[in-house]
Design a protein around this ligand. Structure first.
Ligand code: NOJ
Length: 575
């Protein structure tokens, strides 16, 4: 038995809820272009979110996090921001934003927006100015421009590669090169520049003044860079320790930026919150989640784990210990807009892992995609997606996660039991990863397909009630089975389970601690929260003996006396 002690046990606010709200919140991520389309142009929009405010309230979440809705050419799904203080006209107006915010606030739902500070869009006025102003200009100083190498500078300054594949440098008309760690259309900003720093403070105040409750910080670990010449080669860069002095990743000096942001957040009442997307070594996560910095950081370990008891236990224990060292609460994520949906991951064989132990992106879904698109070697018996097992395990994992101390981040559509969409024709794919890897990496479009609100037969609309007749990514026929209208009244549906779990979670929420109870089975986990809320998950195939008396929720129908395979139960003396 082990007990995790948390430095800041939550206080209770006047409603008897744990405070501050973000420490143990259920946050629902909305990818706005794929949530609901109010004007029928095929792209989800802010009025669409407003029109579904009751759905969100009924779901029982505490907050929504909106992926970028700012003006963007969509070179990277909106993470290429052309104007940080506006709304993409295809998604609405600032007035629509205010209406949406009010509708969510009225229903007790907080709103977190995405801030993308590492790079702008190439259409941002600063970058356009930099292109026009030419080499040596003050405008180019806001970005990272360098001369090329080789004859006539025709080769990039270094052999660095972008996260989406290909060179991390792009040449402009006058021959200089600029750094883009992501898509070509996403030039990296120069965070040593005072105007860059000042402008993001203005942006944070702009949205805070409008009433936004918090911020999700995109690639929070990459802003500051030391690009003193000579620049290292890719191999040299990769070999350098990630000790806070690395030239491009997780530098200590990024926390000077966040200390300034923290002062901004704390100047509001209540203080604005922030959560870092920081892919850094475990030991360095608390630097981002400390109360002097962003306050909370994503932990993607659960998302990278297989549906496996030992892996889940290790991830939970490690992250609770880690959160305790910074005084923050832990975060948990099973799905988001960047990864294969967890119902699908759990329906495939365990993925191969790279040298660092991270799963390779493909999870066997490359094969599923090949088959869905009519390819795949005939008669090949390799990875077959077991849709039902995947959904069942996903429900079990979600109930396990929602009972953990800390904040759970949910991704739109997982409450419908949605799978990754494999059958997107190449011509309709949008993710730069797909194009930059020449189709080798299928990219992230499969989890970004617009939600099915109505079964096709019910609406006659060819977008499953998403909007009018079109949807910016094609929806497959099987979406009918997962439509909100179909799952809504069904007591056994995944949607009903999420609603019941989120409602119960509010009532059962307690101090940020858990105690493991040994089960004598390597594939069964059992933990107890301080108020007696108990959770048992059977990750294995063999049933586990269970007394049904105290059960308040189960991820499947329970046969008498046992916890079946791939199932989680919640038990509580409080009903
Ligand atoms: C992380 C975001 O989650 C991802 O969608 C995006 O492509 C990169 N950051 C670049 O902004």
């Amino acid at each position: 038995m082990s007990i995790v002690d948390v430095v800041n046990a939550p206080e209770r606010n006047e409603l008897g809820e744990p405070a501050p709200w973000w420490r143990q919140a259920a946050v629902y991520q909305i990818y706005p272009r794929s949530f609901a389309d109010a004007n029928g142009d095929g792209l989800g929009d802010l009025p669409g979110i407003t029109s579904r405010a009751d759905y969100l309230a009924e779901l029982g979440i505490d907050a929504v996090w909106l992926s970028p809705f700012y003006p963007s050419a969509l070179a990277d799904g909106g993470y290429d921001v052309a104007d940080y203080r506006n709304v993409d006209p295809r998604l609405g107006t600032l007035a629509d934003f205010d209406t949406m915010l009010a509708a969510l606030h009225q229903r007790g739902i907080r709103v977190v927006v995405d801030i993308v500070p590492n790079h702008t869009s190439d259409l941002h006025e600063w970058f356009q100015e930099a292109l026009a102003a030419g080499r040596g200009s003050a405008a180019r100083e806001r970005y990272i421009f360098r001369e090329g190498t080789g004859a006539d500078g025709a080769e990039p300054p270094t052999d660095w590669v972008s996260a989406f594949g290909g060179s991390a440098w792009e040449r402009v008309a006058d021959g200089q090169w600029y750094l883009h760690n992501f898509a070509i259309e996403q030039p990296d900003l120069n965070w040593a520049h005072p105007e860059v720093r000042a402008d993001f403070v203005t942006t944070l105040r702009f949205w805070s003044d409008r009433g936004v409750d918090g911020f999700r910080i995109d690639v929070a670990h990459m802003l500051t860079k030391d690009l003193t010449e000579p620049l290292p080669s890719r191999a040299e860069l990769d070999a350098l320790p990630r000790d806070g002095k690395h030239p491009t990743i997780d530098r200590d000096d990024v926390h000077e930026v966040y200390a300034e942001w923290r002062a901004v957040f704390n100047s509001y009442d209540p203080p604005r919150t922030a959560v870092a997307e920081a892919w850094v070594d475990r030991a360095r996560v608390p630097l981002y989640s400390s109360p002097d910095s962003l306050g909370q950081a994503f932990n993607f370990d659960l998302l990278e784990a297989d549906f496996d008891a030992a892996q889940f236990r290790e991830v939970v224990q490690d992250n609770l210990d880690l959160a305790a060292t910074s005084g923050s609460s832990s975060t948990w994520v099973l799905s988001n807009h960047d990864v294969v949906r967890h119902a699908t991951r759990y329906g495939l064989p365990h993925p191969a892992r790279d040298a660092a132990g991270h799963p390779t992106r493909k999870h066997g879904i490359d094969w599923v995609i090949a088959v869905a698109s009519g390819g795949g070697p005939a008669g090949d018996a390799s990875p077959v997606l077991d849709r039902e097992a995947g959904e069942r395990r996903a429900r079990a994992a979600t109930l396990f996660m929602l009972a953990l101390p800390g904040s759970s981040y949910l991704y739109q559509g997982e409450e419908l039991g949605l799978h990754e969409v494999a059958e997107i024709p190449d011509a309709e794919r949008q993710d730069p990863t797909f194009f930059r890897s020449a189709g080798d990496d299928f990219g992230r479009d499969g989890c970004r397909v617009p939600l099915p609100w109505e079964a096709m037969s019910a609406t006659g609309s060819s977008s499953f009630g998403f909007g009018a007749d079109s949807s910016h990514l094609p929806q497959p026929e099987w979406f009918s089975e997962h439509a909100v209208s179909v799952l809504d009244g069904d007591p056994e549906s995944t949607l009903t389970l999420y609603r019941r779990a989120l409602a119960l979670r509010h009532r059962l929420q307690t101090e940020e601690r858990l105690e493991w109870i040994e089960t004598g089975r390597a594939d069964v986990l059992h933990f107890r929260r301080p108020n007696g809320w108990e959770v048992v998950t059977n990750f294995g195939a063999e049933p586990y003996p269970l007394d049904r008396a105290g059960v308040v929720l189960a991820s499947e129908l329970l046969p008498a006396g046992i916890l079946p395979a791939d199932t989680t139960v919640w038990c509580s003396p409080l009903r």
